[in-house]
Design a protein around this ligand. Structure first.
Ligand SMILES: Nc1ncnc2c1ncn2[C@@H]1O[C@H](COP(=O)(O)OP(=O)(O)OP(=O)(O)O)[C@@H](O)[C@H]1O
Ligand SMILES: [Mg+2]
Length: 407
């Protein structure tokens, strides 16, 4: 797929923007703080209904508007996307309303071809793979960041997974609230049993889908890393670390790896996965009551990389960590294309500066091989003249974008 037009209204430093995008590679260049990253953020937001940067959605509204006396401020992001099935128009609206007595409420709306839809229905309409320099922090960061990354990726491809996940999170909250009431001698255990049963039903499907995902992605990640990034010197393994056993500790990778192997073997048999999850959840009762929270389940899953058998987060150099993430992202492009029948749009924010010559060349080859890629850079001099000749260059300055005359 590719995006043909983007229009922004009151989004970050863009008061108003109407921009056509060509096929192939587009290079957005300009000085610092001009709006390059904001543009990629807008596209990612349309694709995933989330900002890739942590923080509140309301922060994306143009701040000059926010300080205006207008009681209703609407931010609008609209894209026209060309797919194999024709042109599709997707829109996200960010609405801030000033209520009586100074109260403020914030709402989001999603529209496809002019019709309001649930936010979840937006996922997959626009598929992107985003490369950020800070991606590398995922490897050493907290597990919730890695889970989020996994979920955003899977949700773009698998709506069923996303629905399960959203329901699972709701049931989890209800179960945890019940646990806390039970600890205080309120509520009754039958209520807990109802939530536990539902949690098992939804959670088992999440385990199975994640196990399948890691099986699907790991071979390509391994091959790209081994053959194309390290010239056969380093072997990379990517591992799913499910939390499915009572008393399991996040540092105990061996147990998690064994559980991942078991899940991979049984992912086609949801009944068996459910039985195991239900049994472990029952055994976790005392610990759950004591903590006032559910100790096991896919909400505590994790994943990691090993390089030549060593844990990359603990032993890898920064460069090795960067290469692993790069290999995984490249594998994601293949994975998404294979599953959805559409090539995702690549969004690369200032990533070239971080890479050595060999990795730069590989990435640029990939960029040139996909239907559409949008890159940002403060310094276009980093790109080869061959690349610049083929790409469309645009200058970003103070929230305005202009196609360079030579393009
Ligand atoms: N809600 C907002 N309203 C208006 N402006 C904002 C808002 N949020 C961020 N900005 C501003 O947008 C500008 C551009 O940010 P952006 O991150 O896109 O810059 P950039 O071109 O990628 O720069 P760099 O080269 O430094 O990465 C910044 O000056 C920032 O302060
Ligand atoms: Mg930037």
């Amino acid at each position: 797929m590719h995006i043909t037009h983007l229009s922004l209204e009151n989004f970050r430093n863009y008061g108003r923007l109407e921009l056509n995008f060509p096929l192939g590679a587009t290079l957005l260049h300009g000085e610092n703080a001009q709006g390059k990253t904001n543009l990629l953020e807008a596209l990612t937001y349309l694709a995933t209904t989330r900002s890739p940067h942590a923080g509140q959605d309301s922060q994306m509204l143009n701040w000059d508007m926010v300080s205006s006396p207008d009681p209703v401020i609407v931010g609008r992001l609209t894209a026209a996307i060309a797919t194999k099935e024709g042109i599709r128009r997707v829109q996200m609206r960010l609405i801030r309303e000033q209520k009586e007595r100074g109260q403020v409420s914030f709402r989001r709306e999603a529209l496809i071809n002019g019709r309001k839809v649930r936010l979840m229905d937006m996922l997959g309409q626009l598929q992107v793979v985003l490369f950020l320099p800070e991606d590398v922090n995922l490897i050493t960061g907290a597990p919730n960041m890695r889970r989020r990354y996994l979920n955003v990726m899977l949700c773009q491809i698998d709506r069923h997974y996303c629905r399960n996940l959203s329901q699972y999170n709701k049931v989890l909250e209800q179960r945890n609230a019940t646990l806390r009431r039970l600890a205080e001698g309120q509520d009754n255990p039958e209520i807990l049993a109802i939530f536990s049963e539902r949690l098992v039903e939804l959670g088992s499907q999440i385990y199975a889908r994640r196990a399948a995902f890691f099986a699907e992605i790991s071979r390509d990640t391994q091959r790209i890393h081994y053959e194309e990034l390290t010239g056969g010197r380093e072997s990379l393994r990517i591992g799913y670390l499910p939390r499915l056993q009572v008393g399991q500790n996040g540092n105990d990778k061996e147990t998690a790896v064994a559980l991942a192997g078991w899940l991979d073997e049984h992912r086609g048999d949801l009944e068996t996965v459910s039985q195991r999850f239900a049994g472990e959840l029952a055994s976790s009762y005392e610990a759950d009551i004591a903590r006032g929270a559910t100790n096991i389940g896919p909400h505590r899953d994790d994943w990691c990389f090993w390089i030549n058998g060593h844990l990359l987060s603990d032993y890898g150099s920064r460069g090795q960590q960067r290469s692993a993430m790069l290999a995984m992202k490249m594998a994601e492009i293949e994975w998404m294309s294979r599953l959805s029948g559409e090539t995702p749009i690549l969004l690369l924010d200032e990533v070239l500066a971080e890479l050595d010559q060999q990795r730069r060349e590989l990435l640029l080859r990939t960029v040139q091989s996909v239907e559409q890629a949008i890159l940002t850079a403060t310094d276009p001099g980093m790109f080869s003249s061959d690349f610049l000749e083929k790409a469309t260059s645009m200058t970003v300055s103070g929230g305005r974008v202009q196609v360079d005359s030579s393009s």
